[in-house]
Design a binder for this molecule. Structure first.
Ligand code: 3PY
Ligand code: MG
Length: 254
């Protein structure tokens, strides 16, 4: 049987994930069949609505890959619904206060850690587990990643990491660059963002939790793997499509 996504993140080499923002779930299904370690469906900035994202989950899991969903800002109840559908993890954007982190964790974990409500129909079907089998392991099967992408979050990163039920953090370098420049620019490759990334990574490692980050290109993803991130998402489905089209066209017109 497959190790849980959390065990894979903690014990394996860095997981490199596809990032999907296009609405049709067949795109996530197609990428899940490529050699990615996980597929992330983005409901914050992607064009994916709830029912299409929900449909992507069993298609990704059916390819043997963990399905991870980034929910819109503050939509913690939606996080529970994706766990019910069988998602292996949820990324929650803009976790800027301890209260944000606590509320996110409460929707991700069953008591005694949180207050997730019972109804994991898709999760039971995808794992083949009975309710009595799933319940005691469920909190370990649902990876909660809080996004650190503001100055406030960076300032309280140790407190966010200490919230029971928060399994790790996921860095948003673009928003972080806006925040660290006081709104002057977006530059996820700036020196101040690099410094913040190294600081955040060291705090996550000190807490023994999972560190994830978004990387806009393959080369940048390789740098983040080299730094020791557990989870690195690379570019996005629309970028894969555009680059593939550009390469094919360039070859056709050469
Ligand atoms: C950011 O860079 O701000 C993200 O949220 C990654 O998409
Ligand atoms: Mg962001």
């Amino acid at each position: 049987t497959n190790p849980s996504f959390l065990d894979r993140l903690n014990g394996g080499p860095s997981a490199v994930a596809a990032w999907c923002g296009l609405p049709d779930p067949t795109i996530a299904a197609l990428l899940a069949r490529e050699n990615f370690d996980a597929v992330i469906v983005d409901m914050q900035h992607g064009a994916v609505d709830f029912s299409n994202a929900l449909r992507a989950v069993p298609l990704i899991a059916g390819a043997g890959k963990p399905a991870v969903v980034r929910v819109p800002v503050g939509e913690f109840a939606t996080a529970s619904r994706f766990l019910d559908a069988g998602a292996s993890g949820v990324i929650a954007p803009m976790i800027n206060t301890i209260d944000d982190a606590r509320r996110f964790a409460s929707f991700m974990k069953y008591p005694p850690i949180g207050e997730r409500s019972w109804g994991p129909h898709g999760a039971l079907s995808l794992t083949g587990m009975q309710a009595a089998e799933y319940f005691p392991v469920a909190n370990g099967l649902s990876v909660a990643l809080a996004m650190v992408e503001t100055r406030e979050a960076l300032n309280i990163i140790d407190d966010i990491l200490a919230v029971p039920g928060i399994d790790g953090i996921f860095i948003g370098p673009a928003d972080l660059s806006i925040a660290l420049s006081q709104g002057a620019k977006v530059n996820p490759l700036s020196a101040e963002v690099e410094e913040a990334i190294d600081y955040a990574l060291s705090r996550v490692k000190a807490a023994g939790k999972v560190a994830g980050i978004y990387a806009p290109t393959g080369a940048r993803a390789a740098d983040m793997v080299a730094k020791g991130f557990h989870l690195v998402s690379v570019a996005s489905d629309s970028a894969y499509l555009r680059h593939g089209a550009q390469m094919a066209l360039a070859a056709a017109r050469a």
